[in-house]
Design a protein around this ligand. Structure first.
Ligand code: ADP
Ligand code: MG
Length: 818
């Protein structure tokens, strides 16, 4: 039976298909499903109460009984309100529950192969998954019976591991091109002196073969069927046609796959067109038709590859080869396009591994480096336990291993000792007897064989030399040439400040587990008696400068009732982020003033789908902004960026997804992400448009301040700001400088003799010459006439008190320490 001390089980939990690999004799092998397939379709079908099909057995349900079948639920992972209903079974299931059914089925396949159901597995997630999506994945694993922890690995990382171990001598840069059913990821990985790591990645969690299937349906098959059969309003979002569209989608996918081997395929469907109406529909689909329809999606994928290269400061010629991953990469049209140096990326393609199972393979290899959590239930059987500390995967042949023995002899370890041995080693290894220290601890070096797994026994003897039972009594260490880059954070993680700026605390690419801390200040006061005051800090993930253009993954809230005293504006709040190896995150807000730590765990369960009406509004906003920007006929950099945006294509895709949003939570999330991306691009272009005018304004303000500067210190300060202004190249820096120069100007004016008079007239403008201000204004005018500065000051002070009490923002935010 299988008794490895490392996890050794890898699962690719895919949008369309899932796959399982296990380590056997140091090699990753793909385990077939019960139906004899390399992959398990991520599909659940519940036609009636008590009957549940998963995988291959559930796929027919998608076509024959779409109301009671669910697929592609991975796109909805992490959305708190997402549900799939199964009317036939009177049931409703969440995306993690559905994923759990797929995982249970795979766990069953693993149990069949290993002889025992594994309690831990490495599970892969798209590189673009945010923390709430990762959390939902871990939840699914727990529901499926993986109760001993499931480390997550990003899919491109896993794929690179799988390819990387085939020829460990290589060095250089590779690109992982993973085009699956629901997600796309491009990643640049590097291998150098035995260190394999993911340098950068760019992805789209909602770009996949599914979109190509729907495009074939909506642009080719549905219009043809509508024309041929005389169907009115034959659209996907019409519930009446739902069964017909499910049939068309299944046919489109089958035809697409068949076109990998042929130039044209006949599509023949017996379309269900409502009660009692069934019609035959026939159409011949050609490969060039498919390629034309798929073109925008291929283009988007290639653009993401280029973005990933740019981010790594690499060009196409630096990349040795492209690793093809995901079912869509089987399409000849895509391969030709990719290999083309002009319209693709023109790098040699590596197709040596089956693109459908390579991710699971890599996950298993990763799993062979992660220790399996040991259960200490043996202690009650009278055995001693040992807590071992070692790296299961090493690049040295003489690693160090430490441990601490626990059990009934506690406190009396004198004379106890352990011996570590590997009888199958080349040559066999046996340590000297290592005496335990006063707390039961020991440490020693062991010899491991190069390029293979060494299995050690560990034997405990008491003071009299008698062997004692010990759990665990074995462990293994694998020697490899390459070292794992570890699990990395897929997106920068931080908070959104009151001015909407994103303050990342943990950067994209940080090795997990990771921890970061930063001090911020509150923007306004929080009084305990104002019941609706709230310190509300959005927690966001992404790479964009504006917080609200990134994805919100939670909120951190402090209510007045949580604090013992009023918090003045500017109160220090120390924010700490911690992300563990399973990508689970905790955020702690520490308010030193009240000497309290708010162990505020962020809520990743609050991310919801945006209603279609709101998405439509957002789409209109984007189109309007785009039209306005074009109307201003931007020049220079702004014009270049606008040209590069490829807005037409992006808007067409977004519109498709908004249309599908009403019936598909995954499409809603996709549309939202795409619209947010477009907004961010438009922000940048707008900034570039405004830059010349704002730079001119900054110079005017500096000139004005120069005229007022009286002291040498003033002039020095202004010279410093002018130097910064000369270097400022982006709108944020310029805006920042404008604020600073304005501050200097106000200060200079305040110190000028005319200030009280200026202030007086300024106040009249705000307050108006009536009511309680009227007598004060009269008094002020007299003071001016008599050149009585002190009297005027007194009047100004009383006028200031008449200003309406500052309309305090009820929602308090944070700002950076300056
Ligand atoms: P996922 O990672 O999303 O689970 P896969 O890597 O299994 O997905 O890829 C599934 C996608 O690949 C589906 O959209 C499927 O239609 C597509 N696909 C599978 N085989 C081919 C093929 N020969 N040609 C084009 N697309 C294919
Ligand atoms: Mg995949």
């Amino acid at each position: 039976m299988w008794d490895s001390d490392t996890i050794d089980v890898g699962i690719d939990l895919g949008t369309t298909n899932s796959a399982l690999a296990v380590i056997e004799n140091g090699e990753a092998v793909i385990v077939k499903s019960n139906e004899g397939q390399d992959v398990t379709p991520s599909v659940v079908w519940m036609p009636k109460p008590g009957s549940l099909f998963v995988g291959t057995g559930a796929r027919p349900g998608l076509e024959t009984d779409p109301d009671n079948a669910a697929a592609e639920f991975k796109l909805e992972m992490g959305l708190a309100d997402a549900r799939r209903t199964f009317p036939g079974a009177s049931r409703e299931m969440t995306p993690p529950q559905l994923s759990a059914e797929v995982l249970k089925s795979i766990r069953g396949d693993a149990a069949h192969r290993l002889g025992v159901a594994p309690r831990a597995a490495v599970i892969t997630v798209p590189a673009a998954f945010t923390l709430n999506q990762n959390k939902a994945t871990v939840e699914a694993a727990q529901l499926a019976g993986f109760d001993a922890g499931c480390p997550l690995v990003q899919e491109p990382t896993a794929a690179a591991f799988a390819f990387g171990f085939q020829d460990a001598e290589d060095r250089g840069y590779w690109m992982v091109f993973d085009f699956g059913g629901g997600t796309f990821d491009a990643a640049v990985v590097s291998k150098r002196d035995g260190d394999l790591r993911v340098l950068t990645h760019a992805g789209d969690p909602y770009l996949g073969g599914k979109l190509i299937d729907w495009a074939v349906v909506e642009r080719v098959l549905a219009p043809a069927a509508a024309k041929e059969l005389g169907l009115d309003g034959f659209r996907r979002d019409n519930l009446l046609w739902r069964p017909a569209f499910a049939q068309l989608k299944a046919a489109a996918e089958a035809a697409k796959i068949a076109l990998s081997r042929r130039e044209s395929v006949p599509v023949t469907i017996k379309l269900s067109l409502g009660p009692g109406r069934v019609e035959w529909f026939e159409h011949t689909l050609r490969r060039d038709e498919l390629d034309a329809v798929a073109e925008p999606y291929y283009t988007r994928a290639i653009n993401l590859c280029r973005a990933s290269l740019r981010e790594a400061s690499l060009s196409e010629s630096d990349i040795d080869r492209v690793l093809l991953v995901g079912g869509v990469t089987l399409a000849p049209g895509l391969r030709e396009r990719l290999a083309d140096p002009a319209t693709g990326i023109g790098i040699a393609l590596d197709t040596s591994l089956d693109p459908s199972t390579v991710v699971a393979r890599g996950a298993a290899i990763f799993a062979s480096t992660v220790r399996r959590p040991v259960t200490a239930s043996a202690a009650d059987a009278g055995a001693f336990t040992v807590d071992l500390a070692y790296e299961p995967s090493v690049t040295t042949t003489t690693p160090t291993i430490g441990g601490r023995v626990g059990g009934t002899a506690q406190g009396a370890w004198t004379g106890y000792g352990v011996v570590l041995a590997n009888p199958d080693g080349r040559p066999p290894f046996r340590s000297a007897r290592i005496g335990l220290n006063a707390t039961g601890g020991f440490a020693t070096d062991v010899d491991v064989d190069p390029h293979r797994t060494s299995r050690f026994t560990i034997a405990l003897t008491d003071a009299g030399g008698a062997p004692q039972p010990l759990v665990p009594a074995t462990f293994s260490i694998t020697h490899r040439d390459v070292e794992f880059g570890g699990v990395r954070l897929a997106h920068s993680l931080g908070i959104q400040l009151a001015d909407r700026v994103f303050a990342p605390l943990l950067r994209k690419g940080a090795t997990l587990p990771a921890r970061a801390r930063e001090v911020f200040h509150t923007t306004s006061a929080m009084r305990r008696d104002s019941t609706d005051a709230l310190l509300r800090i959005p927690v966001v993930q992404g790479e964009r400068a504006r917080g609200d253009r990134n994805r919100q993954v939670g909120v951190l809230e402090i209510q007045p009732r949580d604090v013992r005293i009023d918090l003045p504006a500017g109160t220090e709040v120390e924010v700490t982020f911690e992300v563990d190896a399973d990508s689970l995150v905790t955020v702690v807000a520490d308010v030193p003033l009240v000497q309290t730590q708010f162990e505020a765990e962020i809520n990743l369960d609050e991310v919801r789908t945006t209603p279609p009406a709101e998405l439509r509004g957002q789409l209109e906003e984007v189109q309007q902004r785009l039209a306005e920007l074009r109307g201003t006929a931007p020049a220079g950099e702004a014009r270049d960026r606008l040209g590069r945006l490829d807005a037409e294509n992006a808007i067409v895709t977004a519109r498709d997804q908004v249309d599908a949003a009403a019936i598909d939570a995954g499409a809603a999330a996709a549309a939202e992400e795409r619209l947010r991306g477009l907004q961010a691009d438009l922000d940048d272009i707008e900034d570039a448009t405004k830059l010349p005018a704002e730079t001119a304004r900054l110079r005017d303000l500096l000139d004005e301040a120069d005229l007022l500067a009286g002291t040498a210190a003033d002039r020095q300060e202004l010279a410093r700001l002018r130097r910064q202004a000369d270097e400022a190249a982006d709108l944020r820096t310029v805006a920042d400088l404008i604020t600073q120069v304005t501050g200097v100007l106000v200060d200079l004016e305040r110190r000028s003799p005319e200030w009280p008079v200026k202030l007086f007239f300024g106040l009249i403008q705000v307050l108006g010459d009536h009511g309680p201000a009227k007598p004060l204004i009269r008094e002020g005018r007299q003071a001016i006439a008599h050149q009585d500065a002190r009297a005027l000051d007194a009047v100004n002070q009383r006028l200031v008190r008449l200003l309406p009490a500052e309309q305090q923002d009820q929602v308090i935010g944070l700002r950076r320490s300056s």
